[in-house]
Design a protein around this ligand. Structure first.
Ligand SMILES: Cc1cc2nc3c(=O)[nH]c(=O)nc-3n(C[C@H](O)[C@H](O)[C@H](O)COP(=O)(O)O)c2cc1C
Length: 324
C-alpha cells in the first residue's frame, strides 16, 4: 500500500514535513496545503518560502494549487516549476463557504462545463511546459451520486493521479465516506487513484479494502496528524510510542522557535496540533484544558510535559472515532 500525506492548511508546513519524514518514514508524497493565487497568478511570499529547496531537501513534495482561473493556475505552476517542482495538484475539494462561493475548490463541481474548459486550458499548458497535474476531488456537491458525471470530465485529461476524498461537499469532514462509490470509480480510471477519508485505523483500512480490494494508494489526513506513525502502523509496523510522539512534538516546537516564529505564535501552532493529537490519550480532558489555556511558552511546555508524562497515552486511541 502506498501512503500519501494529505495537505492540511495551518499544520503541514515545510518543517512539519521535514521532521515527519526524518522520524517516520513510509510516506510516498507530501502534499502542501493549498496555494491560492489571485487572478494574475500572484500569491503571498510565505507560500514560496515554504517551498524552497533548503526547506524541502530530500522530500517528495507536491504543491497544491487552489484556483479556478486557468491563467492564475498556469502562472503559479510556472513559478513553482522554476523552483524544480514537476507535478502540481489541483484542489477540487475545499468545502469552506468563502472558497465555495468563489467557485473554487469543491465550488468547481457546481459547473462541469466550466470545469472541463478550465482543465483543458491547464492541461494544454502542462503538456507544453512538461509538468504533470493531479487532482484532489470531492465526489460531488450535494451527493456522491454526482461522481460518475464528474469522472467523465476528468477522463478527458491525462491526470498523473486522482485523489478521491470520498464525500460530497455537504458532508464537510463528518459524513460517512462513500466506499462503494469509490470502489466503482476505481474500476473506471486508467490513471493512478488514491483513496482519502477517515482512515484512522487498521479497521478503517480493512473496511476500505473489503469494499475496494484494488486500492493501492491512500491519503492520510487527520489520522496521521493525531498519530504520526499511522502509515507505519497500517503497514504492520510498530505502533506509536509516547516517547516518539513527545520527541516529534519537541522537535517541531524547537524548530518553529529556531526558525524565528514568535513564542506566542509557536504556542498557538502547537495548540492546533493538539486538536488532533489529544486522541492519543485517554481521560485527558483536565490536562488538555490546562494546555489549551496556556498563553506563554513556559506554561505551554509545562502543560505538554504533564500530558506526556501522565501515563494516559494509548497508541490505540487514535482509533476512537472522536476526530472531527
Ligand atoms: C485543518 C485542515 C486543513 C486542511 N487543508 C487542506 C488543504 O489545504 N488542501 C486540501 O486539499 N485539503 C485540505 N484538508 C482536507 C484533508 O486534506 C483531507 O482531505 C480531509 O481531512 C479528509 O481526510 P481525513 O479523513 O484522513 O482527515 C484539510 C483538512 C483539515 C481538517
Amino acid at each position: 500500500m502506498e501512503f500519501l500525506f494529505a495537505p492540511m492548511e495551518g499544520i503541514t508546513f515545510a518543517l512539519f514535513r521535514q521532521i515527519h519524514q526524518m522520524m517516520f518514514s513510509g510516506i510516498a508524497e507530501y502534499y502542501t496545503p493549498f496555494i491560492a493565487p489571485d487572478s494574475e497568478g500572484s500569491f503571498k511570499p510565505k507560500y514560496l518560502k515554504d517551498l524552497t529547496a533548503d526547506r524541502n531537501y530530500g522530500l517528495p513534495v507536491i504543491p497544491q494549487i487552489l484556483a479556478n482561473n486557468a491563467n492564475a493556475f498556469n502562472i503559479t505552476a510556472g513559478k513553482l516549476q522554476a523552483l524544480g517542482f514537476t507535478e502540481f495538484n489541483l484542489n477540487v475539494g475545499c468545502p469552506s463557504g468563502t472558497v465555495f462561493a468563489k467557485h473554487k475548490g469543491a465550488g468547481m463541481l457546481t459547473d462541469l462545463n466550466f470545469l472541463d474548459r478550465f482543465l483543458d486550458q491547464i492541461f494544454s499548458e502542462s503538456e507544453q511546459k512538461g509538468y504533470r497535474i493531479s487532482i484532489k476531488t470531492r465526489m460531488g456537491v450535494y451527493s456522491t451520486q454526482e461522481f460518475p458525471a464528474i469522472l467523465a470530465v476528468y477522463h478527458h485529461y491525462p491526470l498523473s493521479r486522482l485523489i478521491i476524498h470520498a464525500r460530497d461537499r455537504e458532508g464537510q469532514y463528518q459524513s460517512e465516506p462513500d466506499l462503494p462509490g469509490f470502489a466503482d470509480a476505481l474500476t473506471k480510471c486508467s490513471y493512478p487513484v488514491s483513496y482519502n477519508g477517515n482512515l484512522f485505523s487498521r479497521n478503517h483500512l480493512n473496511r476500505l479494502l473489503a469494499c475496494a480490494p484494488g486500492t493501492e494508494s491512500v491519503m492520510l489526513g487527520r489520522g496521521i496528524i493525531a498519530n504520526p506513525a499511522l502509515a507505519r502502523a497500517l503497514s504492520g509496523g510498530e505502533p506509536l510510542r509516547c516517547q516518539e510522539l513527545e520527541l516529534f512534538h519537541d522537535a517541531l516546537l524547537e524548530g518553529y522557535l529556531q526558525g524565528g516564529l514568535s513564542p506566542v505564535f509557536t504556542v498557538e501552532r502547537m495548540k492546533h496540533l493538539w486538536y488532533y493529537m489529544h486522541c492519543m490519550f485517554s481521560d485527558e480532558k483536565k490536562e488538555l484544558k490546562f494546555l489549551l489555556k496556556s498563553k506563554t511558552l513556559p506554561d505551554y511546555r509545562a502543560a505538554a510535559m504533564t500530558l506526556f508524562r501522565s501515563g494516559k497515552f494509548c497508541a490505540e486511541n487514535c482509533f476512537r472515532d472522536n476526530i472531527h
